[in-house]
Design a protein around this ligand. Structure first.
Ligand code: MN3
Length: 241
């Protein structure tokens, strides 16, 4: 390889490493099709991460991210496809004996798929804060950005067992709302569209933070992508107005 070729391949490598900062977040969720969770045959599939596994270091280590994305999120996607197949099979065979079981499982696995897909886009490698309409609504509905952070962090830290802290938009009342979700699907409000989700399952933090969920949640606020939450609010308003 001569100098010129070396330089070129170096650029490509450099480009790949820089991808997250340069393009991943400069395109909208719609252009990126980031929130498309089913393929053309109607099967659930996992979008590739918009960044490398070490992109969120040191706040989220590459090993945790790898295991989390591949086995926990990936596992939920596989399981959701199986649940759907089993429901179809029950209907095809006119045998509804176990359909309630698969229906519950689908609710659990698909909710996991949806929340994890949002979670990856809610994170970036630098600090940010909400602006524009999102900030105005935070101030109207919670008093201030600091109060929202306090409320969301406390709610996420105090989930009983595994679950999520969620900031969402409730179209029925035109308000932002906080949810304390257990597992992936319990304690929601009908209609709420998640804008920012915080995974507090142990798999999200145990390798690095051990049993200190509180430290993990506090630390996560350093890498929240508020621009992504803003864009999600904009989309939610478009869908529901
Ligand atoms: Mn998880």
């Amino acid at each position: 390889m001569d100098r010129k070729e070396f330089f070129k391949s170096g650029l490509i490598l450099g480009g790949a490493t820089l991808l997250p900062e340069n393009s991943a977040f400069s395109q909208s969720l719609v252009e990126n099709k980031t929130d498309v969770l089913v393929d053309k045959d109607g099967n659930f599939f996992q979008q590739p991460l918009l960044y490398t596994e070490s992109f969120l270091e040191p706040f989220m280590d590459a090993e945790t991210l790898h295991l989390h994305y591949t086995f926990h999120h990936g596992g939920a996607v596989k399981a959701a496809n199986k649940d759907l197949q089993m429901i179809k099979k029950s209907l095809d065979e006119n045998n509804l004996e176990t359909v309630d079981y698969w229906t519950k499982k689908l609710s659990y696995h698909l909710s996991s798929h949806i929340l994890h897909s949002i979670f990856w886009t809610n994170l970036t490698n630098k600090a940010s804060s909400p602006k524009g309409d999102l900030l105005k609504r935070i101030e109207k509905d919670f008093g201030s950005f600091d109060k929202l952070k306090m409320y969301l962090a406390k709610t996420a830290k105090d989930v009983d067992g595994n679950g999520w802290g969620i900031l969402g938009y409730q179209p029925y009342t035109d308000k932002l709302t906080i949810l304390q979700c257990e597992n992936h699907e319990k304690l929601t409000q009908w209609g709420v569209i998640p804008l920012l989700v915080i995974d507090v399952w142990e798999h999200a933090y145990y390798l690095k933070f051990k049993n200190k969920r509180t430290d993990f949640v506090d630390n996560l606020f350093s890498i929240i992508n508020w621009d992504n939450a803003s864009e999600r609010l904009e989309n939610a308003l478009k869908i529901t107005k």
